[in-house]
Structure formats: C-alpha cells, structure tokens
Design a protein around this ligand. Structure first.
Ligand code: P61
Length: 459
C-alpha cells in the first residue's frame, strides 16, 4: 500500500495557544508597524513563517538535556558532548562554540577578510554578506544561471557556478581571495540544494589554487537528504555518511544551530587549521565567552549536541522535505507562482509573477508579505529588493535584487498539515485579489540590514 499522507514522526506533548485577530485589527497592527513584519508582536501572528531559525520545537530528549546541561564556566561536560558530536559529524579538528551563526561569521571574517579581498559564495546570506563587507572585503555571489529562473525544475539549483569561480580564482588568486564559501542549502536562492559533485568540484578548484574552502552549513542535513534522493550513487548511504562526505571536502564551516541543530540558540565555527583556531579563540574570549561555552549556556550546548544527532534521522528528514514540498504543490495547484522546485526549509513565492504590475523599486515582495498577513495573520519574510536591492554608488540609480520573493519558512516540528492548509487557503484568496494590491515606498531605512527596521507606506 502506498500511503500519501505525510505522517509527522512525532506526537505532541506540550502545546502553545495561538491568538486569532480580525482583519481590522491586523490593518491597524500593520500601520503601527510601518508595514514591516519584523516590527509586529509575535502574539499578533497566527502562523509564523517569518523564519525557520531558532523556531524549532525541541524533543523531550533535548528538553531533558536542558536540565542535565553542565553550567560550569570552564570545561563543562556539555561542551565536550557538543565538541565530540560535531567532530564525529564533520571531521573538523577545532570546534569553537558561538551564540549563533553570525558570531562565527564575524570571527572568521575578522581574521580572514579585509580591505581589497574578495569572498566568493554560491550566494551569501545577508548576515554573511554583512560580515564580509564590514571587514572591508567584497562579497561576491556566483550562483548557477538556472537559479535565476523560478519556473525551471532542476535538481540542484543551489550550486556554485564552477566556471565563473574557476575564472575568478585564476585571475585573482590566493592573495586576493582568502577563502571560498558555499552555502548549503542556498537560502538566498530559494533554499535550493547543492550537489555533492558541485561541493567536490568547488573544493578541488580551491585546493588547486591553495585557497581554503568553507561551508556555511546551517542546513547541512536538509542538503544531505536532497543529495540522497536526487544524486546518483547516494540512495543507499545514510544521512550521516553523506554529511560526512560533504564536510570532508572543506577546511572548515560556520554553523547556525538555530536551523539544522534543532535548537533555539547556538552556533559554531569549526576549522582544521591550528593557527586559525588559535586566533579565533582569542577573539572568542573577548566577544563571545570562554572557549568551552562561547556565549551559550551549558543547557544550550547540551540541547544542541542532541539536536545534531536527531536531525540526521531519515524519517525526520523525509517528513521535513515532504511537508515543505506539500505546501509548494498545493500553492502551485492553485495557480500561485512559486520558485521551483520547493526548497528544503521554505517555499518562496515568486512576487514578480504574483504582482507583475508592481516594479522592483515599489517592493512587490513587501507588498505581498503585508497582504498575506492582512488576509490571515500569517507572517512571511520578503527576500527581494528590500533585503538585497541597493543604490548605485555613482548614479544613485536603484538596482533591484535578482529575484523578488516572499519566503514562507517552515519552523521544524511546529505546525501540522491543517495549519499549512490554512496558509494555502489564505494565499489563494490573496491571489484572487492580486490586481488590487499596490506597491510600497520606504519612509525610513538604517544603513545596514535595512529589512529589520525599515518603515514603509503603501503607494
Ligand atoms: C533565516 F531575516 N538565517 O534564514 P544566525 N547563514 C545562513 C542563514 O540562513 C543564516 C545565517 C547564516 C536566518 C535568520 C535570519 O536578516 C536576517 O544564527 C545561510 O541567524 O546568526 C540565518 O545565522 C546566520 C533572518 C538572519 C533574517 C538574518 O531566517
């Protein structure tokens, strides 16, 4: 018998009530928030798809680890548990705990970035880009061309553009390029996976040019599952074996445990190089904490170690990837334009096709995200020109993002299929009324990461 129903591989032991609001209430909430969904009280949100970061539900095993967490300042047992877990998983020698992913990025680029340098990546996520740029270096995205077409169904649209990377490394060499990064899965490119052969070829190119190669490993387990089901030769391998192979090609990684670590807080920097590790720990003690806790409580370290084991369970990943694609399929069947194929942690609405009458400089993604909140109290996240658009330094001309998207990120183990069905119903209703939706203009913006605090007005 072939079962179609997606059975969540867990049962619910503890629940959190949701608060329902009326459309009129949401209208006023939006106005007060400057039409920025980051400014809304979480209590005013019914289904929160703003992010999959730090929003996972922990297992009973992880919660029991919270009690058992060793809170010693130095040498805590929970740190050694995490260190061993990460070493077994990645094979990297030095494990440096941080409070979250961007803290690991800050330390790494503080040491390896700098004026005049270039850091290539398949696509930098915004915190990675910000940390590269703050060091004075240039953050360069080298995605594969097919990633720019949301309608194209391909297996590994998150890949690095190997040809462009090869040309860059030949031209600039190791004195200009301190490291190459590869983000798995590729969050800014619709959560698309990177193939093992792409990881291997990126690594080989880096080795040829004597340049260190790092993974941004936030969603390594989801990426490993895609490799298992989509890439030839991996069906019979366990997720752990696939993940180990992915890490074996790299010299280190940054990790936000808030994604595939299945925890609410945590991250690490892992490296093989002794001197780099020493320098990183020196910065760590000044900015994060002692080298055996790095800004985390003992209970965070313990839950993180347990989460990294749980995330490798195949039943969990099957449910995870299937339930995200279920949302994509239902939306697609209702005629709603999404980025194809569905990503690992989120469905990305193609806001340019959804609202073709709104140009990039009027922020179609922001307008759509607000409309979806208005329709059903559902919070999503613009990943388009608000997050990545800029002004040309010389002409002041507006340069839109490569894609205008709205991300529906699915927190891990939090929502059931009926929550997701409700999301589909609400977005379908917005789609029917799409012609009446207007663009937005920015009335306030800060100098960096503007999407967090910018304020808007409808046009
Ligand atoms: C997210 F609106 N992602 O996707 P940290 N690399 C990658 C990430 O996806 C990532 C980090 C590094 C978030 C949270 C988030 O403007 C935003 O633990 C591929 O969050 O520091 C985080 O990891 C950084 C949402 C971050 C945002 C920045 O929702």
């Amino acid at each position: 018998m072939k079962i179609k129903t997606i059975v969540e591989p867990f049962k619910i032991k503890s629940v959190e009530p949701l608060r329902f609001t009326t459309r009129a209430e949401r209208q006023s909430i939006l106005r007060k928030a400057g039409y920025n969904l980051f400014n809304i009280y979480a209590a005013d949100v019914l289904i929160d798809l703003l992010t999959d970061s730090g929003t996972s539900a922990m297992s009973a095993h992880q919660w029991s680890g919270m009690i058992e967490g060793d809170e010693a300042y130095a040498g805590a047992k929970s740190f050694y548990h995490l260190e061993q877990t990460v070493r077994d998983l990645t094979g990297f020698r030095h494990i440096i705990p941080t409070h979250q992913g961007r803290a690991a990025e800050k330390i790494l680029f503080n040491i390896m970035g700098g004026e005049g340098k270039i850091v290539p990546n398949n696509t930098h996520f915004d915190t990675t880009r910000a940390n590269v740029e703050i060091s004075g270096a240039q953050a360069l995205d080298l995605p594969v061309p097919e990633s720019l077409d949301p309608s194209l169904n391909r297996k590994f649209k998150g890949n690095m553009n190997i040809r462009a990377l090869g040309a860059l490394l030949r031209e600039r060499g190791s004195h200009k390029i301190p490291l190459v990064m590869l983000t798995v899965t590729n969050n800014s490119n619709a959560g698309q996976p990177v193939s093992m052969s792409n990881i291997r070829r990126t690594s080989e190119l880096c080795r040829t040019h004597g340049i260190p190669f790092f993974l941004d490993a936030c969603r390594f387990a989801e990426n490993a599952y895609f490799i298992k089901i989509r890439e030839k030769g991996y069906r019979q391998k366990s997720i752990r074996e696939i993940a180990r192979e992915m890490f074996s090609y790299a010299d280190g990684c940054t990790m936000s445990g808030k994604k595939d670590g299945l925890v609410n807080m945590g991250g690490f920097l892992a490296v093989n190089d002794e001197e780099l590790a020493r320098n990183a720990r020196n910065i760590l003690v000044v900015t994060e904490g002692f080298s055996t806790y790095g800004g985390l409580a003992g209970h965070d370290l313990e839950a993180f170690a347990r989460g990294l084991d749980e995330v490798l369970q195949e039943e969990y990943l099957r449910y995870r990837i299937r339930s995200v694609s279920y949302l994509g399929e239902e939306l697609h069947q209702s005629g709603i334009p999404i980025y194809h194929p569905p990503g690992g942690h989120a469905i990305y609405l193609d806001a340019s096709s959804f609202l073709p009458h709104i140009p990039g400089h009027a922020y179609p993604g922001q307008a759509l995200a607000c409309e979806i909140y208005l329709a059903g109290g559902i919070r999503s996240c613009e990943i388009g020109s608000v997050m990545f658009g800029k002004k040309d330094a010389a002409s002041g001309e507006f340069i839109p993002a490569r894609l205008e998207m709205v991300r529906l990120a699915i927190p891990r183990r939090v929502y059931t299929q009926s929550h997701i069905d409700y999301v589909v119903e609400c977005i379908s209703d917005v789609f029917k009324k799409r012609k009446k939706i207007n663009g937005m203009r920015i009335v306030y913006e800060p100098p960096v990461l503007r999407h967090f605090t910018a304020r808007f007005k409808p046009l």
